[in-house]
Every structure is written in C-alpha cells, then in structure tokens.
Design a protein around this ligand. Sequence first.
Ligand SMILES: *[C@@H]1O[C@H](CO)[C@@H](O)[C@H](O)[C@H]1NC(C)=O
Ligand SMILES: *[C@@H]1O[C@H](CO)[C@@H](O)[C@H](O)[C@H]1NC(C)=O
Length: 210
Amino acid sequence: MAKRVMLTITVFAVFVQLAYSCCGPAQWEGYEGVSVGLKVNGTGEEGTGLLNMSVDANINKIVIRGYSLWNGQQQVKQHLLYDYSAAKSYSVYYGKCSIEDLAPYPGKVNCVPSDAKLVLSTYYGFGDNKYEIDIYEFMVDGKKMQMSFNKETCIPVGEHQQLANGFADISFMGITEGIKDPKVFDIPPECNRARSVSPRMQYIKKIGRF
Ligand SMILES: *[C@@H]1O[C@H](CO)[C@@H](O)[C@H](O)[C@H]1NC(C)=O
Ligand SMILES: *[C@@H]1O[C@H](CO)[C@@H](O)[C@H](O)[C@H]1NC(C)=O
C-alpha cells in the first residue's frame, strides 16, 4: 500500500515537472523583430517591424507596440494587447481598434507549453561562446508554432508561424526582467472609440499572438 502511494506521488511529481518544464521570468520586456509574408487577393505582401514587447505572467497579459512597414512603403502603427485572463485581444492598426475573443494560451505565457514537442536541441555561436537553444513545436489556437527558447533561461529566441495565407518569422532581442511601467498593459485608448477595421488588416491580425 505504502509503495503504491509513493508511486502515485512520484508519477505526480514527474507530471508537475513536465507541465512547467521551462519557464522564463514572470515579467519581461524586449523587442521583437518581425518579418511577415502574406498572399492577399492573389498579391504578395511583405511586412517588417521592430516592436516593443512586454509579458506579465502574473496578470496573463502580453502587449506589443510599435511600427511595421508594409511593402517597403506603408508604415503602420500597431498596438496589440492579449489579455488571457479576460480572454480578449485588442488590436489597433491605422488608429482603428478591433476587440476579439482570445483562445486560451496553452499554459503560462512565460513558459513552454506542457504539450510542446521538442524538435531540436542545438546552439548559436561556437566554442566557449555558445548560446544553447531548444526548438519546440506546439499549437496555439489551432495554429502550428515553432519556437526556440534559450535552454538555461527559457526566454524565447525565435518563432516561426505557418499561416493559411503566408508565414511569420520573429526574433526576440534585448530582453530585460521586470516591467518598467505597468500602464503599458492598459487597454489601447483607440478601443474606447467606435471600431472598424480595413479588410487588409483582418489578414494581418490573423497572425498569432506575436
Ligand atoms: C519602444 O521602446 C523604446 C525604448 O524603451 C521607446 O523609446 C519607444 O518609444 C517605444 N516605442 C513604442 C511605440 O512604444
Ligand atoms: C479582395 O478583393 C475584393 C474584390 O475586389 C475586395 O472586395 C476585398 O476587399 C479585397 N480584400 C482585401 C483583403 O484587400
């Protein structure tokens, strides 16, 4: 009987360990470099951007702000707030807000999802200057994500999303722990006004949480 209880505890402990095998700091900020290619109405569109990003696992929110450049000419201001506690996303493009239901994130927003599949363990750099990464594959809201994390800190390094009409590649840089200004997670002011979104932006919005 005692043996059986112990086995149960051991199995449970292993399960807990797997469920949060890799978590970064609860709060962090940094930049994300984005490169997107989309096919819209038979025409290729490409977007690039360097955006500010803040993540707070204590309140389950992610915010991404900055500018992206479309087809090398059209600069678009964007402000995306993902509130996983309220299951709502707020997306502002061209000063126009759209509020939508948000599917739950598979796990905590600062962790590798528990059901993520490790596809490759490797490193950047060379010799003594190695930067070790683990590449995982998992689903977010029915979309397949491939994401690499630093092995020691579990901070994201890169991400690839295959979309129905294109792809998105993202790299994460300049990450620091903590949140300088909690107001960064406020609902975008544009979202308190009347809303409508151009059809083109509907496509861009379909890109996952980043
Ligand atoms: C992004 O962060 C930098 C550095 O903190 C800041 O100067 C800039 O205003 C921010 N941009 C946006 C769009 O919030
Ligand atoms: C695609 O083309 C149709 C017909 O011209 C137009 O109504 C629609 O708004 C276009 N969609 C986008 C995303 O540009």
